[in-house]
Ligand binder design. Structure first.
Ligand code: SF4
Length: 318
């Protein structure tokens, strides 16, 4: 286990529950036992971390943020189903993903299990893990957890979900999110300046820059919140882009029926167009957004299936 982080009096994330996770679950719904909902090669991640061979993705159960619109709600809510992994088993899984050709190990929502994951990564690295490690996070992190992760993580894929305190309170009961996530992403940028290596993609017959180290700031645009999304883009430009972070705009938000308006609808064509046009006008070569045909695909993963993503976009490795 990581020396700096502890499950006792848990303060692994900004919720700072203070519960003893050896005997109880915190607000994230998780005890000290780490459960994995799915692992395998994922071909639909951001281009800098997902080329021909796929990103070696591990989805952990539970979540310390708990967005009301969660696209992974099948595994993020308390009591969701997953297979328990020990430190040794996790390390072996990381090595199996590497052996399967993964371009990186991509750890999704690992924050509640950071001590175990750090220990497993150290064990895997001692056993031959050489591919980059991606920490795929809501952005709701403490500086202490980031400091401990820096020893084993190469790439941070961090959400910056909203820059608005009121929205953060309504969406995930965390009014401090904009300030806390911004501080965490800044710490990530300072720790991991960008480093790319050209990878030759045989299928596409072209070189593809793969990230070996760095930060990707990701933002899922929500319906009725174009002004907030624009503020997020402005904050990226002001605070994170000068530090080398790249930007990813997701416009494929999928609602579910229980949500209140405007979260019960998709982005309107005009909301999507305005945000994309703004990015295009910036002329940045270090930002990504989805084409309209990609947004038409239902990306909501179904973790009850062996392959939870649309056909051809995942290959399970357990
Ligand atoms: S990781 Fe879970 S238990 Fe720990 S502080 Fe965050 S929400 Fe609470």
């Amino acid at each position: 286990m990581s020396d700096a982080l502890s499950y006792a009096d848990c303060r692994l994330c900004p919720r700072a529950c203070g519960v003893d996770r050896h005997t109880a679950a915190g607000l994230c719904g998780e005890t000290e036992t780490a459960r994995v909902a799915w692992s395998g090669l994922h071909f639909g991640e951001e281009p800098p971390i997902s080329a021909a061979e796929g990103s070696g993705t591990v989805f952990f159960c539970g979540c310390n943020l708990g967005c009301i619109f969660c696209q992974n709600r099948g595994i993020s809510r308390p009591h969701s189903q997953g297979r328990v992994f020990s430190e040794t088993e996790l390390a072996a899984l990381f090595l199996r993903l590497q052996a399967a050709g993964a371009e990186n190990v991509n750890l999704v929502t690992g924050t509640p299990h950071a001590p175990l994951i750090i220990a497993a990564l150290k064990r895997a690295k001692a056993g031959g893990l050489t591919i980059p490690v991606v920490w795929n996070s809501s952005g709701y992190e403490t500086l202490e957890t980031i400091a401990a992760l820096n020893a084993v993580v190469d790439i941070y894929l961090a959400d910056f979900k909203t820059a608005d305190r009121k929205s953060a309170q309504q969406l995930f009961n965390a009014a401090d999110y904009p300030k806390t996530a911004a501080a965490a992403i800044r710490a990530m940028c300072l720790a991991k300046p960008p480093l790319f290596a050209d990878f030759y993609n045989d299928r596409l017959k072209l070189f593809h820059p793969l990230m070996k180290q760095g930060v990707i700031v990701r933002h899922l645009a929500l319906p009725g919140a174009a002004a907030d999304s624009q503020t997020v883009i402005d904050r990226y430009e002001r605070d994170f882009r000068p530090l080398g972070a790249v930007f990813s705009l997701l416009t494929d938000y999928l609602p579910f029926s229980e949500l209140p308006p405007p979260l019960n609808r998709r982005l309107s064509p005009s909301e999507e167009t305005i945000l994309k046009e703004n990015l295009i006008q910036k002329g940045w070569d270090d930002c990504f957004f989805q084409e309209s045909e990609e947004c038409a695909v239902d990306w909501t993963p179904d973790f009850t299936r062996r392959e939870p993503f649309p056909a051809g976009f995942s290959k399970a490795v357990f």
